[in-house]
Design a protein around this ligand. Structure first.
Ligand SMILES: [Zn+2]
Length: 387
């Protein structure tokens, strides 16, 4: 994740279903014969007018394994999702996965890149984001779906979208997760309650799998807007204090850990040098005949093992120290991101995606006075949970 943002480019974390990476050519996709049929099946069902939810049920009924399972089977990816879990987990398709596949131009043989909006640190105006944040490079690999089938499916998808009532832009799309099962929260509408979010696993598979996680859109909107306004104000008031505060959570601990790590590093480096002299001495002793062959080889093995362990230790500690430095850079980066807004009066998808990594919503409960208590956690980009 970090590297992705650092390079300012979009790198797909996993290969899309139906494809695998070329064994020798870097970043090149080839068709995966073992899973290609699943993609074809999903598009065919969609072409017959099935919506994403109905497709999920059809796939589950026919025991078609989900994309994550294929990755797990092949690379051990997300093993905790499947190991020791009931078999049906393997077939539990979620609406977002199916919709994602139906919208992915990768199946036409094109590669889609995500353009990160260029930021201007000096501008005091709100940055306007271009509508077109994606660009497509055509014919980069073999397609799975024909253009005709694609066009037909998109007509169905679009007519479904238009028929949805109260069609407001989905500004939280992809950001909200269920705090209990980790699936996304999906938006739904009722006449009396208006727009709200709920756990998509609950919506698709019912109470045996998760709970509703009923969250009114207005409440979520007000909460997130409030937090962002708070942070913007705080940063504008005293940037240095906020930087310190973002790092503070563990600042003392960080400092003592750093000191300890540095001490350990010095110790390891010193011992590494001692070993070099010991080796030289041992060799000398062997040549002079003070040390017999057996003892010589025994000591050699002993010292060499210690050398390897020390090298490993030095590597680990150095990496850890580097990571701490990165944390400071990340906090700095987030402050710069929020700073470029002069004010945050409304929430938009680009704003949310720029500042927030995810929003985790827990099942609400009633307190002693019968009031509903909600636990909503915002994980900001680069700095995580800071509220
Ligand atoms: Zn859930």
């Amino acid at each position: 994740m970090k590297a992705k943002f650092k390079n300012g480019e979009y790198i797909a974390p996993v290969t899309p279903l139906g494809y695998k990476l070329h064994p020798t050519e870097k970043n090149r996709l080839i068709i995966d014969e073992e899973t290609k049929w699943i993609v074809e099946r999903i598009f065919e069902l969609a072409a017959h007018g099935y919506g994403a939810k109905k497709i999920c049920h059809a796939l589950a009924k026919d025991k078609v394994p989900v994309p994550t399972w294929w990755l797990y089977k092949r690379n051990g990816y997300k093993a905790s999702m499947f190991e020791g879990k009931p078999e049906e987990v393997k077939y539990r398709w979620c609406i977002q996965t199916v919709s994602g596949i139906l919208a992915n131009q990768i199946y036409l043989g094109h590669t889609v890149h995500y353009k990160l909006t260029k930021m201007s640190y000096k501008s005091k105006k709100n940055i306007k984001h271009s509508e077109d944040e994606w660009f497509v490079v055509e014919n980069t690999h073999e397609p799975i779906i024909t253009q005709d089938l694609w066009d037909l499916v998109q007509t169905h998808v679009n007519s479904r979208r238009r028929s949805r009532k109260n069609d407001e832009p989905q500004i939280f799309a992809g950001l909200i997760r269920c705090g209990e099962c980790g699936w996304t929260l999906g938006s739904a509408n009722t006449k009396d309650k208006g727009r709200f979010y709920r756990c998509t696993q609950y919506a698709a598979y019912g109470r045996n799998f998760c709970t509703l996680h009923y969250t009114p859109y207005k409440i979520l909107y007000a909460f997130v807007l409030g937090r962002l306004q708070y942070w913007l104000m705080a940063v504008k008031e005293n940037e240095d204090a906020i930087l310190e505060r973002l790092l503070q959570g563990s600042e003392k601990q960080r400092q003592s850990e750093n000191a300890r790590a540095e001490k350990e590093l010095k110790k390891a480096q010193k011992r590494r040098q001692e070993l070099n002299s010991l080796f030289a001495k041992m060799y000398e002793d062997r040549v002079k005949g003070f040390l017999d062959e057996e003892n010589y080889s025994m000591l050699s093995v002993k010292y060499r093992t210690e050398q390897q362990q020390l090298d490993e230790t030095v590597k680990t500690i150095s990496a850890k120290l580097e990571e701490t430095k990165e944390e400071t850079d990340d906090a700095r980066r987030w402050i710069d991101l929020i700073q470029k807004y002069s004010a945050i009066d409304e929430l938009t998808a680009p704003l949310l995606n720029e500042l927030i990594e995810k929003i985790v919503v827990h099942q609400s409960w009633k307190d002693g006075n019968g009031r509903t208590v909600r636990d909503i956690e915002i994980y900001y980009r680069f700095v995580g949970k800071i509220d």
